[in-house]
Design a protein around this ligand. Structure first.
Ligand code: ADP
Ligand code: ADP
Ligand code: ZN
Ligand code: ZN
Length: 755
């Protein structure tokens, strides 16, 4: 079979973002890999041009009414796109944040399981709805199908050995002489000098749980009316009804110490009512099945003896096998989808599509190997190949050599990032890429080695008896003052140990994650890093005017777009449509403001500067180091005024890292900081982490990237497997010692990488 049999997607004159009017042909029903440094234009070509146009064309075939319900896609900046097929985007956007959405509901495996229980369970139930925790007929009445309730740890709120006057209340804001404390001590409900441990049951209940009660307070100014409320309901109202996503990390940690979500006492976390839980197959009810790791559940389902239902049992087992094949066998169907990482979410979505019998679709993947240990990459590759072999066109943006290896065709973007990128520097087969002389080609053919010496620890951080999720009473000792890399297959317990347990033991650790940034539409690299203020001041000083003139909130800002330069048209049910503001032509400010210049550039020019340019343009002390830090983390291709909602998870993490860099001698924790980075960018990132450590910091990274692993001072390898087969430290030592370890999977792959 030759590529010509199915033709090509023909891209002509693409100019979206940094693309330089490029034209190329992409073979259909083949796997095409898109490579190139971060910011070279891969997403602009694959997502913003090809996938966007395909989705737009599909939307146009719907009635106007349906179109109004679908997300809006602007027409990409391209002369023509021929031979497109319908595109399915499988990206790393997290799956719905709603706690009723689970791995089982997202993959449809749970509804298959319900049908099987309704038919085979004993006693059989009237209809499968009775087995659904999202259906009033099946949900546990106490927790309404959520499976857990907020439990408050009383001893984290008060100290029983003290009286109110001695400061028994530990909650922040309730210290002696505070207003909240006065309401309690003057309520007349308590003897303020009595130790809490001597309280009667009634007094205890009043202090902790009394709902709102009117009280008269005796104050120096006379008596006044107020409302008394027990500590628990008050705490819940103050802290638990608010979104925790936006709460500062130290407050979030405090809240988590006090309020733990714990299994609902009525259903024990099963989410279902007694009738649903009574229905069993081979001794197991549906909640027990949903709590099993899917690899085990597949075995259980295969063991069910029911010839009449064989097709349904087989198709459920096959769906579960797909999860296992893609390295997610450690998940359970009851796992809330909101707790999955970006990489896990992408792989779960993939499984949903593998069940589909559609052919001649275009599947578009964004770094599908994120979060996968080298040991699991071959499974991902097999699934991509299966999608192709079913007659689909598969487009993959990826940096890992072991995924690039399966390409039928490679499109290498570059030569560099931002304005220095946007071109196709190589298109052809893999063998040709290695010899092409492009950055990607060079890196694919180069040789890696361990560094000759490792640093010596200056102390240690200890985590004792950690048992979160799958951890098996782990005690870990993490060296200080060095670069530690935590490795292990997906699901082995890296994040439970580092992100779940380290903060409790070491609150001074700074976690730099990939979470979205609040208010990111208005935020830009300039506002987020805090350089916009000094930039405005520099303009003010150079022109003898007020700095406020250069603010998006000032009268100098374009009144049409309020200084954003873009207009977001919010339509019901649609993603907002973004367009350049016509009033200011994207310049954000009124003409009179733009007349003020600094070394020949006006404020709009500055906001359009790439950070690399800004790093040489600004010599000011308050600006330059931040620009350099952004270049160091590999974000030099962003413009100062680019909206943060255009950033990927990896880019967000590096932006957060750059802003934290100024603070020396701290503990930095990063989760897969190489996400989105080309091999060349990874070298720069390692250089940066090295400088942090040399400056006295402790750096801990969770990583799969073998270049990072080989440059570590210390390695903690988790495993041996995933889920219940993991949860232990299988190796801790230097990379050199890891090479000789006979048991570690990471060791096997590191040896191959270095050979
Ligand atoms: P890659 O996918 O190769 O990392 P991108 O296509 O994301 O690269 O980015 C190419 C260039 O286009 C970069 O300079 C990036 O900052 C810029 N860019 C991407 N999206 C936007 C956007 N929505 N607005 C402005 N610039 C953008
Ligand atoms: P790693 O970071 O090594 O990939 P994970 O955190 O993904 O490991 O998984 C380790 C184990 O902990 C797995 O069994 C996983 O199912 C479980 N786990 C992780 N996070 C949660 C969670 N939020 N709720 C329930 N189980 C979890
Ligand atoms: Zn319940
Ligand atoms: Zn405007």
């Amino acid at each position: 079979m030759t590529t010509a049999d199915y033709g090509f997607i023909q891209v002509r004159g693409a100019r979206e973002n940094n693309l330089k009017d490029i034209s190329l042909d992409i073979p259909k029903r083949k796997i095409t890999l898109f490579t190139g440094v971060s910011g070279s234009g891969k997403s602009s070509l694959v997502f913003d041009t090809i996938a966007a146009e395909s989705q737009r064309l599909i939307n146009e075939t719907y009635t106007a009414f349906l179109q109004s319900l679908l997300p809006g896609y602007g027409q990409p900046d391209v002369d023509s796109l021929e031979n497109l097929s319908a595109a399915i985007i499988v990206d790393q956007k997290r799956l719905g944040g709603n706690s009723r959405s689970t791995v089982g509901t997202v993959t449809d495996a749970y509804s298959m399981l319900r049908l099987i229980f309704a038919r085979l369970g004993s006693p059989a139930v009237a209809n499968p709805g009775v087995l659904s925790f999202n259906d009033p007929g099946g949900m546990c009445p106490d927790c309404e199908g959520l499976g857990d309730v907020a439990a408050i740890d009383e001893d984290a709120i008060v100290e029983r050995d003290k009286s109110l006057n001695e400061g028994a209340i530990l909650l922040s804001g309730f210290n002696v002489d505070s207003w909240f404390w006065a309401i309690i001590t003057q309520s007349g409900f308590f003897d303020n000098d009595k130790k809490l441990r001597d309280y009667t049951a009634d007094e205890w209940h009043r202090l902790m749980y009394l709902p709102e009660a009117k009280v008269k307070l005796a104050t120096p100014a006379g008596s006044m009316n107020s409302t008394y409320e027990g500590l628990v309901p008050k705490f819940k109202r103050l802290y638990l009804t608010k979104q925790t996503e936006t709460t500062a990390p130290h407050i979030r940690a405090a809240i988590e110490r006090i309020a733990t979500r714990s299994a609902c006492p009525a259903c024990g976390g099963a989410r279902l009512n007694a009738a649903a839980l009574a229905c069993r197959i081979d001794g197991r009810n549906i909640a027990e099945c949903a709590a099993m790791e899917v690899a085990d559940l597949a075995g259980f389902i295969r063991g069910v003896d029911a010839p009449t239902l064989a097709p349904m049992l087989n198709s459920l087992a096959a769906r579960l096998d797909n999860l296992t094949h893609i390295g997610l066998g450690y998940l359970s169907l009851n796992r809330p989808s909101a707790t999955l990482s970006g990489g896990e979410s992408q792989r779960v979505k993939m499984v949903r599509h593998l069940g589909s019998s559609l052919t001649d679709m275009t599947y578009v993947f964004d770094e599908p190997s994120v979060g996968l240990h080298p040991h699991d990459v071959h499974r991902l590759n097999e699934l991509l190949v299966r999608l192709r072999d079913k007659g689909n066109t598969v487009l993959v943006v990826e940096h890992r050599p072991s995924v690039i290896a399966i390409a039928d065709h490679v499109v290498d973007m570059g030569p560099r990032a931002g304005r220095d990128g946007g071109q196709v520097v190589y298109a052809g087969d893999l063998a040709g890429l290695a010899a092409s002389g492009t950055l990607t080609g060079e890196h694919l053919s180069r040789h890696q080695a361990l560094k000759p010496t490792v640093r010596t620890a200056t102390g240690k951080l200890v985590i004792k008896d950690a048992a979160l999720h799958n951890l098996k009473d782990v005690t870990a000792s993490i060296p200080q003052g060095v670069l530690t890399v935590v490795t292990g297959v997906a699901g082995s317990g890296k994040s439970p140990l580092i992100q779940g347990c380290l903060p409790r033991h070491h609150p001074d650790a700074i976690f730099i994650d990939q979470r979205p940034i609040r208010g990111s539409k208005r935020s830009t690299p300039a506002t987020y890093t805090g350089v916009l203020d000094p930039i405005r001041k520099a303009f003010a000083k150079a022109n003898g005017v007020n700095a406020a003139l250069f603010s998006a909130n000032s009268k100098g800002a374009c009144p049409q777009c309020q200084g954003i330069g873009l207009l977001y048209t919010d339509l019901a049910f649609m993603d907002p449509v973004v367009s350049t503001c016509e009033a200011c032509d994207g310049r954000r400010f009124l003409p009179e403001v733009l007349e003020h210049t600094l070394r020949g550039q006006n404020i709009s020019d500055v906001l359009r500067m790439q950070i690399t340019e800004a790093a040489s343009f600004f010599t000011e002390k308050a600006i330059k180091p931040t620009m350099t830090a952004l270049v160091d983390v590999g974000l030099g291709y962003l413009t100062l005024g680019q909206s943060l909602d255009t950033l990927s998870g990896g880019e967000r993490q590096r932006l957060k890292l750059a802003t934290e860099l100024g603070n020396s001698s701290r503990i930095y924790v990063l989760d897969e900081p190489t996400t989105g980075l080309h091999m060349n960018d990874v070298d720069n990132l390692i250089g940066l982490l090295d400088r942090l450590v040399d400056g006295g910091s402790t750096v801990i990274v969770i990583e799969h990237n073998l270049d990072v692993i080989s440059r570590a001072d210390w390695i903690i390898d988790m495993g041996p497997g995933a889920g219940h087969d993991g949860g232990r430290i299988v190796f801790a030592g230097t990379p050199h010692d890891l090479l000789t370890d006979a048991h570690s999977l990471t060791a096997t792959h590191l040896r191959t990488h270095l050979s």
